[in-house]
Ligand binder design. Structure first.
Ligand code: GLU
Ligand code: MG
Length: 500
C-alpha cells in the first residue's frame, strides 16, 4: 500500500485521538462486520491487512455457518482498508473506520470480495467511458426496544403523521445529532423528513461515484444505528421491522457521466472515493458528545468537463437514448437483480402492490409504484439532476453487490440496445392482469426464494458474480430462508430489525 496514504491515515487517527480503527466489510448476509487495530499498529496493519477466516463469507445473518467449498476452517484472506474511506466515528468516540477489500494471500482481490465486485463493475463501465454516480436513500424506523411477556419488541418513538411537524419535534434531538454525525463523515445532507410510518425517518445524502456511494450506504447504516443507541433508542433500516407499518426502502438513485479528462474512473483513489480527510478546524458542528471530528472535504460534485449522459434536453422526460437502454437492461434483469438489491427474507414483505415500494417490473415518470422512477428534474439544474431511481432496493442488500449488479444490468442494456418499452404512468396495480401482460409488466418476485431462483437463471449476473461468490451467496441466502421458515412473522421482523 502507498506509504503516503498510510501516513495520511495515521495523521488523521492521531489528530482525532482514535484508539481503535475498524477495518470493515459487508458480508453475504448483508451484515457489516470487521476487526479493529489499535493506533500503534495502524500503519503496520494497513500494509499487511488483518487476517480473516475464509469461512466468514459463508456465514448468514443469524451467524449460522454454511457448508461452501473453499470456505471452511482452513484458509484465510486479509481485510485491507481503503485509505480514502477513512472516517472518525462520531457515535463511537475514540473509534475510526475504513471500508475494506478482502484480499487473497496472493495479493489479489479474493473471488468472494463484495467491494471488488463493485470495483470490477466500475471498471466495466469505464471501458464504455462511463462513471456511475449514485446515492442510496434509506428510510428507517426510530424506536424503543421493550421487553414484554412475549419477548422483545420495537415500539416506534411516535405516532406522528407523514411529514408532520409533530414528527419533526419528537425526533428532533436524534435528527440533529444524526445530521451532524453524517456531515462530520464527509457526506452532504440533502433533505430530512418524518416519513409515513410511526417513528419512520428519512434523510437523504448527496450522490457520489459508485464506490463511495456504496461506502456511504455503510456509513449511513452505521451512523443511524450508532446515534440512536447513544439516545437509548434503536434505528432499524430493515425493510419491514414492524409488519403493520410502512416499509423502509433504500431507493437507489443513479446517473451515468462521462469520465473527467484527468481521472481514471476505474481505479480506486481520491477521484473515485469522493472524499478525503482533513484536520479538524474546531467547528462545534463537527463535535458530537464532546468528540472532535476531522472535517472531510466533499469532492463528489462532478467536474465541469464531465457530462451527464443520462440527460437529453430534447426528450419528453429529459432522458437520453443511453438512459433508456440502461433502463431496458435493469428491467430485463430485475427479477434476478432484486436478489441482490432486496437481499433478505424480510425484503419481500415490503415489496407489495400499492405500498409505494414498487411491486412490478416497469418504469414510469414520477411513478412511485414503478420499480424504476424517472424523477422530475430540479429547477435550474436539469442536467445535474437527471437521474433514475430504483425503488426495489433496501438496506438489507449488500450495497457493493447491489450497485455492482445494477451497473452490470445497465451496461448490458446499453450494449444490447435494449428497449424498455413505453413508460407506465399509472399505478400498475390498477391495470388488469391482461393489460399488464400486454404491456409486459410482470410482478416482481414475491419471495427471496423466487428471486434467488431467478438469479441462478440469469446467466449474465451469474457470470459477473463468478463461481465462488455466487455459490456462497446462494447458499447463505437460501439458508436464511430455511431458518426463518421455522418461525413466525414477528420473529423474522424482529431479527431483521435488530441486525439492519
Ligand atoms: N416507504 C416506501 C418504500 O418502502 C417509500 C415511500 C416513498 O418515499 O415514496 O419504499
Ligand atoms: Mg420516502
Amino acid at each position: 500500500m502507498d506509504v503516503e496514504a498510510i501516513s495520511r491515515v495515521v495523521e488523521q487517527a492521531n489528530d482525532a485521538g482514535a484508539e481503535l480503527i475498524r477495518f470493515l466489510y459487508v458480508d453475504h448476509g448483508g451484515v457489516v462486520r470487521g476487526k479493529a487495530t489499535s493506533r500503534s499498529t495502524l500503519a503496520r496493519r494497513m500494509a499487511s491487512g488483518i487476517g480473516l477466516t475464509v469461512a466468514m463469507q459463508a456465514m448468514n445473518m443469524l451467524d449460522e455457518l454454511q457448508p461452501v467449498d473453499g470456505m471452511g476452517p482452513v484458509g484465510e484472506v486479509r481485510i485491507v482498508p481503503d485509505p480514502d474511506s477513512y472516517v472518525n466515528l462520531p457515535f463511537s468516540p475514540g473509534a475510526a473506520a475504513m471500508m475494506s477489500d478482502l484480499i487473497g494471500l496472493d495479493g489479489r482481490p479474493w473471488a468472494a470480495c463484495p467491494r471488488s465486485f463493485l470495483r470490477s463493475a466500475i471498471t466495466e463501465a469505464a471501458r464504455d467511458g462511463l462513471v456511475l454516480q449514485a446515492a442510496f436513500e434509506p428510510e428507517f424506523l426510530l424506536a424503543r426496544r421493550e421487553t414484554g411477556p412475549d419477548g422483545d419488541r420495537l415500539v416506534p418513538v411516535d405516532e406522528s403523521l407523514c411529514f408532520s411537524t409533530t414528527g419533526f419535534a419528537l425526533a428532533h434531538d436524534f435528527a440533529i445529532d444524526f445530521v451532524r454525525a453524517i456531515q462530520a463523515q464527509g457526506m452532504a445532507v440533502e433533505l430530512y423528513h418524518p416519513e409515513l410510518g410511526h417513528g419512520q425517518q428519512e434523510l437523504s445524502i448527496r450522490h457520489a461515484p459508485a464506490l463511495a456511494a456504496a461506502d456511504r450506504q455503510v456509513w449511513y447504516r452505521e451512523t443511524a444505528r450508532g446515534v440512536a443507541w447513544r439516545h437509548g433508542l434503536w434505528a432499524s433500516l430493515a425493510p419491514k421491522p414492524l409488519p403493520d407499518q410502512a416499509g423502509n426502502g433504500a431507493h437507489c438513485h443513479f446517473s451515468a457521466w462521462t469520465a473527467a479528462a484527468d481521472s481514471d474512473p476505474g481505479a480506486a483513489g481520491p477521484a473515485d472515493a469522493g472524499y478525503t480527510g482533513s484536520p479538524d478546524d474546531g467547528d462545534p458542528a463537527d463535535r458530537v458528545e464532546g468528540v472532535s471530528m476531522a472535517r472531510p472535504v466533499i469532492s463528489d460534485v462532478p467536474r465541469p468537463n464531465e457530462r451527464n449522459v443520462f440527460y437529453d434536453a430534447g426528450d419528453r422526460y429529459g432522458l437520453s437514448q443511453l438512459a433508456y437502454h440502461f433502463i431496458g437492461g435493469i428491467l430485463q434483469h430485475l427479477p434476478a437483480l432484486v436478489a441482490l438489491t432486496c437481499g433478505s427474507v424480510n425484503s419481500y414483505r415490503r415489496l407489495q402492490p400499492q405500498h409505494w415500494s414498487s411491486a412490478f417490473v416497469c418504469y414510469g415518470n414520477d411513478n412511485r409504484e414503478a420499480a424504476i422512477r424517472i424523477p422530475s428534474r430540479m429547477w435550474g439544474d436539469d442536467e445535474g439532476s437527471a437521474n433514475l431511481e430504483l425503488k426495489a432496493s433496501d438496506s438489507t442488500g449488500n450495497p457493493y453487490l447491489a450497485l455492482g449488479g445494477l451497473i452490470h444490468a445497465g451496461l448490458d442494456g446499453i450494449r444490447r440496445k435494449l428497449d424498455p418499452g413505453e413508460p407506465v404512468n399509472v399505478d400498475p396495480a390498477t391495470l388488469s392482469e391482461k393489460e399488464r401482460r400486454s404491456r409486459g409488466v410482470a410482478r416482481l418476485p414475491t419471495s427471496l426464494a423466487v428471486a434467488l431462483d431467478e438469479l441462478e437463471r440469469d446467466e449474465m449476473l451469474m457470470e459477473a458474480l463468478g463461481p465462488l461468490r455466487r455459490t456462497a451467496y446462494l447458499a447463505v441466502k437460501r439458508s436464511e430462508i430455511a431458518s426463518f421458515s421455522a418461525h413466525d412473522a414477528a420473529y423474522e421482523c424482529l431479527q431483521h430489525a435488530l441486525r439492519f
